[in-house]
Design a protein around this ligand. Structure first.
Ligand code: CA
Length: 290
C-alpha cells in the first residue's frame, strides 16, 4: 500500500471506529432513587367536608366538626372594603369549631384546610349575605358643606353651601317662602362654568349606603347630570355610585341614589356636570345601616 493509500485507509478506519463508538453508546439512565410517597392523614379533608356557613348580624358564621381532634389549620380568605383579607384559625383541635367573620355585604370566601404542619390542602368556596342593620336617615347635626362657588352675601342672597345640610324644612333667610338652598355664583362674567361641586363633611367616617337630594323650588335653576364621590381625607375622591347619575330639577321631594363606598367615608362630593347656568340645590341627606 502506498503511503498516500495507507493514510486514507487509516482515516477511514478512524471514522468507522468513531461512528461505531457513537452508535454503540448507551442511553443515559436516571439512577436517582425514587422518593418514598408519604400519604398524609386525610383529616384535613374530613374537616373540610363538615364546614358550614350561616348569616349573622354583619358577620358570617362558620362551624366545623373535627371528631378526631387532630389539629388542623383553617384559612378564611375574602375581600372586604376592596382589600384582600384573611382570618387564620391555627392549630385547632376543637371537636366542634366555630368562628364569626365580620362582613358588611355579600362576600365570597375561599376556605383552605390543612393538617397542622401538613402539606396537602383542601379548598372550599362559600358565599353569603350577612344580616344587615336597618338603613336609617342620619342626623345632620354638625355637618358642614362647601362649594366650588356660592351666592352668600347679605346684600344679595344667602344661598351658601351650608343650606344643603340644614334641616330640610328650614326656610331661606332671603327667600323665606321657600326652603333654604345653595346656588352657584351668578355674578361672574363669563358665568362660572360647569362642573360645579359641593363637598359635605359628615365629621366622621361612615359606611353610607344612600344619599338623598332635594331640588330647589325653581325647577329652571337646577342640574340634570351629576356624579357622587367619597373620601376619607377630603383630598382624594373616588366614585361611590358607579358613574354619572340623572337628577330631576323639577322634583322637590327627595331623590335617592345608592352609594357603596369601598370603606367608611367622611366626605361626600357631588359634582354637577350638566344643568342650568347657575344651578341650585336645596337639600342633602345621607343614610347608613345602624
Ligand atoms: Ca336646605
Amino acid at each position: 500500500m502506498k503511503r498516500k493509500d495507507l493514510y486514507l485507509f487509516m482515516v477511514l478506519v478512524a471514522i468507522t471506529i468513531s461512528s461505531c463508538k457513537k452508535s454503540s453508546s448507551k442511553p443515559d439512565i436516571n439512577t436517582e432513587p425514587e422518593k418514598p410517597v408519604v400519604v398524609e392523614d386525610i383529616n384535613y379533608k374530613t374537616v373540610a367536608n363538615t364546614i358550614e356557613i350561616s348569616p349573622e348580624l354583619e358577620a358570617a358564621k362558620f362551624v366545623w366538626q373535627n371528631a378526631s381532634k387532630k389539629a388542623v389549620t383553617i384559612k378564611f380568605k375574602y375581600t372586604a372594603d376592596g382589600i384582600n383579607k384573611e382570618v387564620l384559625v391555627e392549630n385547632n383541635a376543637d371537636a366542634e369549631g366555630a368562628i364569626s367573620v365580620p362582613i358588611f355585604g355579600l362576600t365570597n370566601f375561599t376556605i383552605v384546610v390543612t393538617n397542622t404542619g401538613g402539606k396537602a390542602i383542601e379548598t372550599r368556596l362559600m358565599g353569603i349575605l350577612p344580616v344587615l342593620k336597618p338603613e336609617v336617615k342620619l342626623s345632620k347635626a354638625g355637618w358642614t358643606a362647601s362649594a366650588s362657588s356660592e351666592i352668600n352675601s347679605e346684600d344679595e342672597e344667602l344661598n351658601g353651601a351650608e343650606n344643603i345640610v340644614d334641616d330640610v324644612t328650614t326656610k331661606s333667610i332671603t327667600s323665606p317662602k321657600v326652603p333654604s338652598f345653595w346656588q352657584s355664583d351668578y355674578n361672574l362674567d363669563p358665568i362660572f362654568p360647569y362642573p360645579h361641586w359641593l363637598i359635605i363633611d359628615l365629621k366622621k367616617d361612615i359606611r353610607i349606603t344612600k344619599i338623598g337630594l332635594n331640588a330647589h323650588t325653581d325647577g329652571s335653576q337646577g342640574f340634570t347630570q351629576f356624579k357622587i364621590e367619597g373620601s376619607v381625607d377630603g383630598i382624594g375622591f373616588t366614585d361611590i355610585a358607579e358613574g354619572q347619575k340623572t337628577f330631576n330639577p323639577r322634583i322637590t321631594t327627595e331623590q335617592n341614589f345608592k352609594v357603596s363606598p369601598a370603606t367608611p367615608i367622611r366626605y361626600v362630593k357631588i359634582t354637577l356636570l350638566i344643568g342650568s347656568d347657575y344651578p341650585c340645590l336645596a337639600n342633602f341627606e345621607a343614610y347608613a345601616r345602624q
